[in-house]
Ligand binder design. Structure first.
Ligand code: NCD
Length: 303
């Protein structure tokens, strides 16, 4: 079965026109004056992994448009008893779910769900694979601050290997011809990362990534996924931590982005996180109208 219309499984196979359509609709969404586009719909938030921003903003977005939401987390549900992903999906369809928002530690889990269950599925992060709603809210934030994609240079710094946020962002930015420079040590940014999408480049040198960049996107070092990798955090901080002094190497009006959760003192200092160039909380805020658009699209109301 092909995924139900309105599913959002990744950015890789979404064309530029559809991305712009979602972003344009998101700009019209106001969580304080929402239209009841999801009135009476049941949105299930199925979270097999921890989440703060993604979960709360999907929930607020759905509720503000009149949906009922049900949160299911691995702990405390039948998942704990060993129920399979698909049996959980069939159960959710049987109770009348209209949309399933899923976060799962395995890459491809939302795709499996979407192939077997005729309910729109939204990927809220699958393993190391994709995080499409985050890429869309980041694009929304970039466009809000920089007006257009043309001519932009984006530096993405940190744990790119473990980052579904980076993967989705690379796919999206590449579709609009943005120059993307990936920066970090080889354990976190393998050379092969440059082959993910056209227009990507890898560098080990922070200065090389920052020079001429309009956007500095920082990523968390995902310590929980680092087993087996030799990463010396003190060395990482010495070479890659974003400080106000280092940030001066980027364009004067460069903005700082980070999908969160941020770890102050590791990938960035508090001065950068709370500084005038930081758009970190703006990204969180933009997550709500962006997810309103994604949910409206899921139920065929993105018109
Ligand atoms: C991230 C994720 O879960 O992929 N956060 C998010 O959804 N905003 C990134 C992370 O955990 O570092």
């Amino acid at each position: 079965m092909s995924p139900a219309r309105g599913s959002l499984l990744g950015i890789e196979h979404l064309d530029a026109a559809e991305i712009l359509r979602i972003l344009k609709f998101a700009r019209r969404m106001n969580p304080d004056k929402p239209r009841p586009l999801l009135k009476g719909k049941r949105v299930v938030l199925l979270f097999y992994e921890a989440s703060t921003r993604t979960r709360s903003s999907f929930e607020i977005a759905a509720k503000s448009m009149g949906a009922h939401t049900v949160l299911i987390q691995a702990a405390g549900s039948s998942i704990e008893k060993g129920e399979s992903l698909l049996d959980t999906g069939y159960t959710l369809r049987a109770v009348g779910a209209d949309v399933i928002v899923i976060r799962h530690p395995n890459a491809g889990a939302p795709h499996v769900m979407a192939r077997h269950i005729d309910v729109p599925v939204i990927n809220a992060g699958d393993g190391l694979h994709e995080h499409p709603s985050q890429a869309l809210l980041d694009a929304y934030t970039i466009l809000h601050n920089k007006r257009k994609f043309q001519g932009l240079q984006v530096a993405i710094i940190g744990d790119i290997f473990h980052s579904r946020v980076a993967r989705s962002a690379c796919h999206l930015l590449s579709k609009f011809g943005v120059k993307v420079i990936l920066c970090g040590p080889p354990e976190l940014v393998p050379d092969i990362a440059a082959t993910l999408a056209p227009g990507l480049r890898v560098t080990r040198h922070l200065e090389d990534a920052l020079r001429g960049s309009d956007v500095v996107m920082l990523l968390r070092v995902q310590k929980e996924r680092l087993s087996g990798l030799k990463i010396d955090l003190a060395d990482y901080i010495a070479r890659y931590q974003m400080t106000l002094t280092r940030l001066k190497m980027a364009k004067k009006d460069a903005i700082v982005m980070h999908p969160g959760p941020i770890i102050r003192g590791l990938e960035l200092t508090s001065e950068v996180a709370d500084g005038v160039l930081s758009r970190i909380l703006e990204e969180v805020k933009n997550g709500v109208p962006t997810r309103m658009a994604i949910l409206a699209r899921a139920v065929g109301k993105m018109r």
